[in-house]
Ligand binder design. Structure first.
Ligand SMILES: C[S@@+](CC[C@H](N)C(=O)[O-])C[C@H]1O[C@@H](n2cnc3c(N)ncnc32)[C@H](O)[C@@H]1O
Length: 277
C-alpha cells in the first residue's frame, strides 16, 4: 500500500509543501526581492568564478539538445550564471530576472563578456503571461535555484512547459553530498520530490550530475554569510559577526574560499509523455 502511494503525484506534492512549511518555520523570513538585490554582488562573484564554471558545466550537460540556432528562456537568471555562458554558444537568451540589483549586474557581466544576444525581462515568473504568444516559445526553458521559493510548485513547472518548444530543465542542488547525514532533510528532498513529481505526471526526466567549483575572497564570503544570517537567522550582533569571520577564515586558503558543489541537471521533453495531466 505505502509503495503504491509513493508513486502518486499527491504524495510528492504534499512532501514538497511539508518541506516548504518546515523550512519556513526554521528561518526568520522567506527572501523577497530586496534580499536578492543585496546578494547580487557576492552571487555574481561566486557564479563568475572559474570562468562561469557552474554555467559551463550545465551547458555541457545539455549541449546535445542545443545548437547555434537554439533559443533559451532563463528563469530567475541572477547575475547571468547561465545567460552569459549559454549566449556565447546559442542564438539568444531571454533572461527573467525580477531583482533590479541582479539584473543590473547581469548587464554589467554581459558587457564585460562581450555578450549582446540576450534580453532581460524584469518580472516575476508568476507574473509572465500564463498563455504565451507564439513568439514566446524557446528551445530550452531553464530554472536554477528558484523553485524552492514556491510552495505550490507544480503550476510553475507546467508554466515552464507552456514556454517550451523543446526541452525544460531544472537545476537543483544536491546538498552536502560528502556528509549526507548532515544535510538538511528539506534540501535533500527538494531534488527527490521534483524528480518524482515529474515521473508521477508522466514525464521522462533525464538526470545528470555535475560537479563545479566556486572560489571567492574571504571578505566576499564573510559579506555573503552576514547577509544570509540577517535574512534567515537573526539581527547581526558583534558576536555573530565574529563567529562568521572565524568560521570563514578557518576554511580559507591563501585568502580565498574554495567551495565544491554538486547539482542535478534534470531535463525532460514535455512533448514526450506517457500520460497527460
Ligand atoms: C538563488 S538565485 C539563482 C540565480 C541563478 N539561476 C543561479 O542558479 O545562479 C535566485 C534568483 O531568482 C530570482 N527570483 C526570486 N523570485 C523569483 C520569481 N518569483 N520569479 C523569477 N525569479 C525570481 C532572484 O531575484 C534571484 O536572482
Amino acid at each position: 500500500m505505502s509503495k503504491r502511494r509513493e508513486l502518486d503525484f499527491s504524495f510528492w506534492d504534499e512532501r514538497w509543501r511539508q518541506n516548504y512549511s518546515e523550512r519556513e518555520q526554521r528561518i526568520r523570513a522567506n527572501p523577497l526581492l530586496d534580499y536578492w538585490d543585496k546578494r547580487a554582488r557576492d552571487f555574481s562573484l561566486m557564479r563568475k568564478s572559474n570562468d562561469y564554471d557552474f554555467g559551463r558545466s550545465v551547458y555541457a550537460a545539455l549541449q546535445d539538445v542545443l545548437g547555434p540556432d537554439s533559443t533559451m528562456l532563463d528563469i530567475g537568471a541572477g547575475p547571468g550564471s547561465f545567460t552569459i555562458p549559454f549566449a556565447q554558444k546559442i542564438k539568444s537568451v531571454t533572461a527573467i530576472e525580477p531583482s533590479q540589483g541582479m539584473s543590473a549586474i547581469l548587464k554589467e557581466n554581459a558587457k564585460e563578456a562581450g555578450v549582446e544576444n540576450y534580453t532581460v525581462i524584469e518580472e516575476l515568473l508568476e507574473d509572465l503571461p500564463q498563455e504565451p504568444s507564439s513568439d514566446f516559445q524557446f528551445d530550452l526553458v531553464a530554472v536554477s535555484l528558484v523553485l524552492w521559493m514556491f510552495q505550490d510548485v507544480w503550476p510553475r513547472i507546467e508554466q515552464m512547459e507552456r514556454y517550451a518548444k523543446g526541452h525544460c530543465v531544472i537545476v537543483a542542488g544536491i546538498p552536502d553530498w560528502k556528509h549526507p547525514r548532515d544535510a538538511l532533510k528539506s534540501d535533500v528532498e527538494e531534488f527527490q520530490s521534483l524528480c518524482n513529481m515529474l515521473i508521477s505526471q508522466g514525464r521522462f526526466p533525464d538526470v545528470r550530475v555535475i560537479d563545479y567549483v566556486c572560489e571567492r575572497a574571504v571578505a566576499d564570503e564573510i559579506e555573503c554569510r552576514k547577509i544570509m544570517y540577517e535574512q534567515y537567522e537573526a539581527d547581526l550582533t558583534p558576536e555573530a559577526e565574529e563567529k562568521i569571520r572565524r568560521e570563514v577564515e578557518a576554511r580559507a586558503k591563501d585568502g580565498m574560499c574554495l567551495i565544491t558543489s554538486r547539482s542535478a541537471v534534470i531535463r525532460w521533453n514535455p512533448g514526450e509523455m506517457v500520460l497527460k495531466g
